[in-house]
Design a protein around this ligand. Structure first.
Ligand code: FEO
Length: 184
């Protein structure tokens, strides 16, 4: 019968449309993070801030991994992950400090977005997604800490004289701290 045929091709899943939409929005946000880091890395490299550029290239890759993690989760849950399209990136900065202030603001907005997702998953009683998102909660705490530290380096060292040269070097060392400290 027509009706039973129809039910055979209907995907059965516990992931709700609302949760799928929210996760796809986060996929877009993580992809935007990745490309924002990449654009910032390019500006730094062009301006001769090699260590900062390296830090940002590494983080561009990490953000892409975050995106893929959610992307695969959505599809494995029987949903449809949407490959994001990124526009309106910031390609130019007034200073190295502005790069890292911009990144800190962005990471804080990502933390808020993750918190909203966690809240939605709980409200929808989607405990699989709730559990999946815990990794991102921890990760954002680390990312925010690192971004805040980067901005603090400007205040500690000061930008005058050889300051910017030293700041660039210290930002390069932040990555070693993050990856060598066993936090990830
Ligand atoms: Fe994956 Fe830093 O947001």
């Amino acid at each position: 019968m027509g009706d039973s045929k129809k039910s055979n091709v209907t995907l059965k899943r516990s992931l709700t449309d609302a949760m799928q939409e929210a996760l796809n929005a986060q996929i877009l946000m993580e992809a935007r993070s990745s490309y924002s880091y990449l654009a910032a890395a390019s500006w730094c490299e062009k301006e001769g801030y090699e260590h900062s550029a390296q830090y940002l290239y590494t983080h561009a890759n990490e953000e892409r991994e975050h995106m893929l993690k959610i992307f695969r989760y959505v599809n494995e849950a029987g949903g449809h992950a949407i490959a994001p399209s990124i526009t309106n990136l910031k390609y130019k900065y007034d200073s190295l400090r502005q790069v890292f202030e911009h990144i800190l603001e962005h990471e804080i907005s990502v933390t808020h977005a993750i918190n909203e997702l966690v809240d939605s998953s709980f409200s929808l009683k989607d405990f699989a997604t709730f559990q999946f998102l815990q990794w991102f909660v921890t990760e954002q705490r680390e990312e925010e800490k690192l971004s805040r530290r980067a901005v603090e380096i400007f205040d500690i060292i000061g930008e005058k004289g050889q300051g910017l040269w030293l700041i660039d070097k210290e930002i390069g060392r932040l990555d070693q701290l993050a990856h060598g400290g066993g936090a990830k």
